[in-house]
Unconditional design. Structure first.
Length: 401
């Protein structure tokens, strides 16, 4: 590796000077890099020399900018068959967050300090901690894809992660527990909703309440997967937000859910009035196609909640000067939470108590840890005081004999 001075005369007769670093990279290719000042050339030569020895040097001409690498990464994700919603999310990370700030930066320039500065910029622009984390993960995936293409050697995001794992673990932030009347409808609210629900969305809401199925699973449910004679629903597919029918996201999502008599009777009646379509959907739109999620929320869930009195006042006033009411629960996941809590506390209602593993199966969770993380605090706690008292009684009884 050499650093030499280069002097030439321009067409206007002006004499120019530059410093050229002449070296052979790790792949045996000759590289030339020009600098205006000698100290800059010397600094680059020293760094490149170390990187070549360690096998981590990639010349600027052999790499691309972050934005271009991001486009290549998105093509890889598409070829891998990722869901459209996931691809859209990745595309937004690149287009809205990564490209505007470091899109023109060469991959070889992405170091740990650069990533930290990038995160600070996102924070200053008002991105939430959760969004910053997701965008950083996407940047790490871009660098990983570029590594496989030979466009960069180091993955600064991965290096950051390893450094943090090697040091003291940050304190895990506690998530707010789901609460009745806030995140989970109360028993009285569910009774009121069942009375208030009417029209074409009533069968959907009744089924959602007593099966805990995800909205996407209900929207993709077919009559072929509903066995009213055996009072069962087989969850085998789902409809994403683009109305594309596909498999559930995990193997655990494929499951069989028993039905209550109310659901069976409701679906028997609904089957006669249900719009027909090629997809044979249980809850289609008026044309027999996949129903829009927002239609179910705005035309089905919210009106039922407001009619049932499961609503809260807003600052707006109607013509009579009364506060305008809005639905207390904004999404269908509240009904799913209620079903989980109902399964967990069935014994309280005189039913058969379900084990945590059984609740996991009903909910279609990928692991028992997901069930405990979400609903663990709802499981009835053992009466330790009574257990100790019983143990003491048994002990004293033995001693007395």
């Amino acid at each position: 590796m050499s650093v030499r001075k280069r002097t030439w005369t321009t067409a206007k007769g002006e004499e120019k000077t530059a410093w050229v670093v002449d070296y052979v990279d790790a792949k045996g290719a000759r590289r030339l890099k020009t600098f205006a000042k000698k100290k800059e050339a010397d600094a680059f030569a020293a760094t490149a020399n170390v990187e070549i020895r360690e096998g981590v040097h990639v010349a600027d001409r052999a790499t691309v900018a972050v934005k271009e690498a991001g486009e290549l990464w998105l093509k890889s994700c598409d070829a891998a068959g990722l869901e459209r919603s996931t691809l859209d999310q990745y595309g937004q990370h690149l287009r809205l967050h990564i490209a505007p700030l470091i899109g023109e930066t060469k991959l070889s320039k992405i170091t740990v300090p650069v990533v930290r500065a990038f995160q600070e910029q996102l924070r200053e622009q008002g991105r939430s901690p959760a969004m910053i984390k997701r965008v950083t993960v996407s940047l790490g995936s871009i660098l990983c894809d570029a590594q496989e293409r030979g466009l960069v050697v180091r993955n600064a995001v991965s290096e950051m992660s390893k450094r943090r794992k090697g040091g003291a673990k940050p304190e895990k932030r506690q998530k707010a527990r789901l609460r009745y009347g806030v995140d989970i409808p109360t028993m009285a609210e569910i009774r009121a909703i069942l009375v208030a629900a009417e029209g074409r969305y009533r069968p959907f809401l009744v089924t959602a309440i007593f099966t805990g199925m995800r909205a996407s699973e209900l929207r993709g449910l077919t009559w072929a997967d509903v066995d009213l004679d055996k009072a069962q629903i087989h969850v085998r597919q789902r409809a994403d937000k683009y109305h594309v029918i596909g498999m559930p996201k995990s193997d655990a999502g494929q499951r069989t859910i028993p039905l209550t008599p109310m659901v069976v009777n409701t679906l028997k009646e609904w089957r006669l009035a249900c719009p027909k379509g090629e997809l044979d959907l249980v809850f289609p739109n008026g044309e027999g196609k996949v129903e829009w999620h927002q239609n179910i929320i705005k035309r089905g869930l919210w009106p039922a909640l407001i009619k049932a009195g499961v609503a809260v006042p807003t600052s707006k006033r109607d013509e009579e000067g009364q506060p305008v009411m809005v639905a207390k629960y904004t999404g269908l996941h509240a009904l799913r939470h209620w079903f989980a809590s109902w399964c967990i506390n069935r014994k309280v209602d005189g039913g058969l108590e379900l084990s945590p593993k059984a609740v996991q199966a009903r909910m279609g969770h990928s692991s028992i840890q997901v069930t405990f993380d979400t609903y663990g605090h709802l499981f009835p706690a053992a009466d330790e005081a009574q257990a100790l008292a019983d143990a003491e009684s048994r002990l004293l009884a033995v001693n007395a004999t």
